[in-house]
Ligand binder design. Structure first.
Ligand code: SF4
Length: 197
């Protein structure tokens, strides 16, 4: 018969494993963020450039970046403004409603992103083989979903995995925004993303 002590040990081991994973994520997150503070841009400015390079047309706003970067709208606005002043971002009116202001990368920003220090972490992850990458990514995504439930918040995610995405034999459409989506947009990130239930 298995003793109570055995169950306690197993429970303790599972807790230790969960804590080690969470600490590892924190450590990698810190390393990634510190990597961002390379060259003549701050870590927040690098994060904004990356965000606007990958965000879809519904998300290229100051509030979208604030949500993605888990910061206040005021702080996000300062970061975006500094990038506009440096010629890395430019403003455009939303074609959808004609009122909201969207931001897009300039050619200069695209050239700058070729030296993105964050790519060191991307290269390190790229040393895993395809199966390992799929496994790790899938499990981390699952941890992210549990965290969403725990905190009752949503995270920004890729369109191709969104619960609002409708696929009519290769014709893609966003069920929330009621707009067609080009295939290339499926790989972009969106602040309105909701995990499939
Ligand atoms: S399907 Fe989801 S991720 Fe894609 S545009 Fe619509 S809300 Fe955003």
């Amino acid at each position: 018969m298995v003793s109570k002590r055995y169950y306690q040990m197993m429970h303790q081991a599972a807790n230790d494993g969960a804590r080690e994973l969470a600490e590892l994520l924190l450590q990698l997150g810190r390393a990634a963020y510190a990597e961002g503070a390379g060259g003549d841009l701050s870590a927040a400015q690098w994060a904004a450039l990356r965000y606007f390079a990958r965000a879809n047309r519904f998300s290229r706003t100051v509030s979208g970046f604030a949500e993605f970067h888990a910061t206040t709208r005021g702080t996000a606005s300062q970061t975006v403004k500094s990038l506009v002043n440096r010629g890395f971002l430019e403003r455009a009116r939303s074609e959808r409603d004609g009122r909201s202001v969207l931001f897009k990368l300039t050619q200069s920003a695209r050239r700058h992103l070729r030296q993105d220090p964050f790519d060191a972490l991307v290269r390190a992850a790229g040393r895993l083989n395809k199966r390992q990458l799929n496994d790790v990514t899938g499990e981390l995504r699952r941890v992210g979903q549990y965290l969403e439930v725990e905190r009752d918040t949503a995270t920004v995610g890729r369109c191709e995995r969104c619960g609002h995405l409708l696929d009519d034999r290769g014709e893609y459409r966003c069920g929330l925004m009621e707009e067609p989506l080009a295939e290339v947009e499926l790989r972009e990130i969106c602040v309105r993303y909701r995990a499939r239930s």
